[in-house]
Design a protein around this ligand. Structure first.
Ligand code: HAM
Length: 404
């Protein structure tokens, strides 16, 4: 038997697909309320897109890409995340030259060759948004409030972690200070951190090794190194969140796993899903459009991990809806099919293709969660009527077919 690949799941069981589609409905409608519209980009892109955006030093590009040479000798890659493709599309459509504000949301599968475990898949689904053209920290706050709105609507509790990664004015100096610090403890840190020191030093700050973490307690703190502009934006962001009752924790070691961020960085975590606790993450990436050969354009966004959220969603009580139609006589089957088709013009309607007895039809209607079980037997066929049972109100009546 052929099975799906390790870390790649079907979303097929009733409980799963209902949660999945319910999440998308809620998240899309919240994004639309914030003025975002849908964008779809290809799953496959040139590998260099991710190398230049997510960063050569990131684990994603270094170890986790589904990369291959296609039949035309192109070096291509299944997208490990959504931001790079949206930025590429934004530049390709010359929206960077058009100016103004452009806001997009998207959802779909992402691919990372990680070690699968609970909450960590090789093919997983993200819902994300990207906003271009606004330098204002109010837009950073809007991103955070949008995630909070989505989570609140889904009944999901969270903790919000917040940091600022500075910009090109303050980061280089901080990086130098951090490298000097790392060199002072270099003989005690793990091999990964030694590599990070060379490629992207601030990534040492979120090393998962406890021993390294203890050493970095004494490292220079990002938030103490911000320039005036970054500090004032960060303070403003905190004030906006306070004014809108969004609680947050400052985590000066939150550096995110992708290299394109500057200034605001945030993560939403859940305490109810085990070790892979990040349910959403994002931040500002003001240099990325420029890095990918576009006109300098400020940008900010986030993405949420749908599989992780599916475990946490509180589904609303599902009400019975629509019609189930069935025949008790072979002769009535054709009539059932045409009547069902007619009903579908305005309502949800399913039907059974074979004649069955009443008990079997009632059972099917119940299973389909239909509100009405509608039956035609030989009597109804003769009289041009249909028997209708309201399964919620427990009432039944026989109505003329033309009035049904
Ligand atoms: P990210 O933090 O790499 O950010 O991913 C966002 C979310 O995707 C995570 O918080 C997590 O819920 C989910 N996720 C990541 N990896 C896996 C996995 N292997 N299995 C299951 N879920 C996973 C980004 O991807 C950025 N593009 C977000 C962004 C958009 N920043 C700005 N704009």
């Amino acid at each position: 038997m052929i099975k799906s690949l390790r870390g790649m799941n079907d979303i097929l069981e009733e409980d799963e697909y209902k949660r999945f589609t319910y999440f998308l409905k809620v998240a899309s409608s919240v994004a639309e309320k914030y003025g975002f519209h849908y964008i779809e980009t290809p799953l496959l892109e040139e590998t260099s897109l991710f190398k230049r955006s997510v960063g050569e030093s990131s684990d994603i590009v270094g170890k986790e890409m589904y990369q291959f040479i296609d039949k035309g000798e192109n070096d291509v890659c299944l997208r490990p995340e959504g931001t790079a493709g949206v930025v590429r599309a934004f530049i390709q459509k010359k929206l960077d030259r058009a100016g103004g504000t452009h806001r997009f949301f998207y959802y779909g599968p992402m691919f990372r060759y990680e070690r699968p475990q609970k909450g960590r898949l090789r093919e997983f689904h993200q819902f994300g948004v990207e906003s271009f053209g606004l330098e204002s920290v109010y837009e950073d706050a809007a991103m955070i409030m949008m995630v909070a709105d989505i989570l609140n609507e889904l009944g999901i509790g969270y903790r919000l972690q917040l940091n600022s990664l500075g910009d090109q004015n303050c980061m280089p100096q901080y990086r130098d200070n951090l490298v000097s610090f790392i060199e002072s403890v270099e003989d005690k840190i793990c091999e990964d951190c030694k590599r990070r020191k060379e490629t992207n030093p601030i990534r040492v700050l979120d090393c998962k090794n406890e021993h390294c973490q203890a050493l970095y307690e004494n490292a220079p703190k990002l938030l103490n190194a911000l320039c005036e502009n970054c500090e004032s934006d960060f303070n403003k962001l905190k004030n906006i969140l306070d004014a809108n009752n969004i609680a947050y924790e400052i985590d000066t070691n939150l550096v995110r796993g992708l290299d394109y961020y500057s200034k605001t960085a945030f993560e939403f975590v859940s305490d109810n899903i085990g070790s892979q606790s990040a349910i959403a993450g994002g931040g500002r990436y003001d240099r990325l459009v420029e890095f990918l050969d576009g006109r300098p354009t400020p940008a900010v966004g986030f993405a949420m991990g749908i599989e992780r959220l599916m475990e946490l969603i509180e589904m609303p009580q599902e009400k019975r809806s629509g019609y189930y139609l069935g025949a008790m006589d072979d002769e009535a089957v054709d009539l059932i099919i045409t009547t069902t088709q007619k009903k579908r013009k305005s309502d949800k309607a399913t039907c059974e293709y074979r004649a069955r007895n009443l008990k079997a039809h009632l059972k099917n209607a119940d299973k389909a969660n239909a509100r009405y079980c509608c039956i035609v037997g030989s009597n109804e066929l003769e009289n041009g009527t249909i028997w209708v049972k309201d399964l919620e109100e427990k009432r039944e009546e026989t109505v003329k077919l033309e009035d049904f």
